[in-house]
Design a protein around this ligand. Sequence first.
Ligand code: ZN
Length: 164
Amino acid sequence: MFDSIGPSKVVFMHYTVSGEDGAVIETTRGKDPMGYLHGHGNIVPGLEKALEGHVAGDSVKVTLPPDETYGPRKGTGPRAVPRKELIAAIRDQHEHKVELRAGLPVRLTDSTGNPVILWVTRVQGAQAWIDVDHPLAGKTLTFECEVLFVRDAAPEELDHGHAH
Ligand code: ZN
């Protein structure tokens, strides 16, 4: 009996994301599969919903509007910040060493003390660029997933809110 994807399961899968023109934006093919903790917002909400109930061996293909993925664009584009400052700002949130790279979500505090999620869009030399919008915000995306493995999450993973 295979575990099916549901709350607090760790899922390993290969996935390919493509845009409306069919061009591949991102894929794990030829690389390590991605592992995520289901039900903890580790992946976009529409994909989490589409994967629910599936088991190892299943292929899932779904096309999702921005509302079910990274939301509509709301900002005016990336802005540059010193890389060192950004690393200092995110150091406290990750118990594991984090590599600053494009696509990394960063939780910061705005001027009124409210938490905001920003996205790293580019890292080059002493500078990094951050954006209120995910690089794929505003796009309709097609996700093709191959579920490889589903297991129960370890207590530590539930505690951290991500797969190890
Ligand atoms: Zn962890």
